[in-house]
Design a protein around this ligand. Sequence first.
Ligand SMILES: Nc1nc2c(c(=O)[nH]1)N[C@H]1C(S)=C(S)[C@@H](COP(=O)(O)O)O[C@H]1N2
Ligand SMILES: [Mo]
Length: 334
Amino acid sequence: MLIPSPKWLRGDDIAASEITPRHVFESRRRLMMMAAAGAAGATLSPWFMRRAHAAQAHGAKLAAKLNQAYAISEKPTPYDDVTTYNNFYEFGTDKSDPARYAGTLRTRPWQVSVEGLVKQPKVYDIDELLKLAPLEERVYRMRCVEGWSMVIPWIGYSLSELIKRVEPQPGAKFVQFITLADKKQMPGIGSPVLDWPYSEGLRMDEAMHPLALLTFGLYGEVLPNQNGAPVRMVLPWKYGFKSAKSIVKIRFVDKQPPTSWNLAAANEYGFYSNVNPDVDHPRWSQATERRIGEDKGSGGFAALFAPKRKTLPFNGYGQQVASLYAGMDLKKNF
Ligand SMILES: Nc1nc2c(c(=O)[nH]1)N[C@H]1C(S)=C(S)[C@@H](COP(=O)(O)O)O[C@H]1N2
Ligand SMILES: [Mo]
């Protein structure tokens, strides 16, 4: 077990491998990977000892006009929290792993294959996809299934813009999103934490909803690798894991597609995964959340000491999206 030194607690960016003998460190990592299987983010040591705090390098600027319809009064989460406290299991299961290890991801050249039941299937080059529709800045609340939340100024355009162009066939009922799975670029792919490639999905009407954002940037810049560069989904009314990162395939299908977290633990992670304070996770309540960055202190204690907030149905987007689920039992269809 790692014994925290004061330096470690201050969050200085020391790899655990530097202060623990290599074989101990590696077996600890293996244990954590196993503990994480079936638990989005569960690990053996408290996360606050592992939070990366190094200020993050900034990416290339990405121009976009703020869409006032999606501007909210809540304060955006600081950039350094958004880019160092991440879930991206392809780079490891610690919150700090993606910021540490995602530098190996090559985001050019990059293609996204839009395929399946569409009249105009096409392999898009990322730079063509980026220019398909005007980029907008939208400030969305994000709620992770683990009980923390952020407010992030994303840049992208509605996924519906792409869907309209590829002309779905009448048989297309669902859309599947598939992440890159390359062992050489993604150290986490070597561990069987999830079924790779990471797969997610939406019903067609959900995918067509204007809130569903095909996302290329945040905070006025291209997406940092750890946040899902060069293109990801952002679905603010659903738990964070629905928003697949670093997408290489968008597939139109007739049946509900398999999704990675549902395959890992079907009783814990449903296909819909709409944010719902009334449906608890089998192992914890979903009634409240802690907003990352709202703590008063400094160092690595952001989520621990941030005040609790009430979680809202559909993460506060009920007015826009509740009608998609009219007549459905949301306790069964969690
Ligand atoms: N490919 C892939 N996409 C993913 C994940 C992942 O592990 N792999 N984690 C999900 C989870 S659990 C969350 S909360 C969000 C986190 O996005 P962020 O790090 O940009 O805040 O990404 C989601 N998308
Ligand atoms: Mo999450």
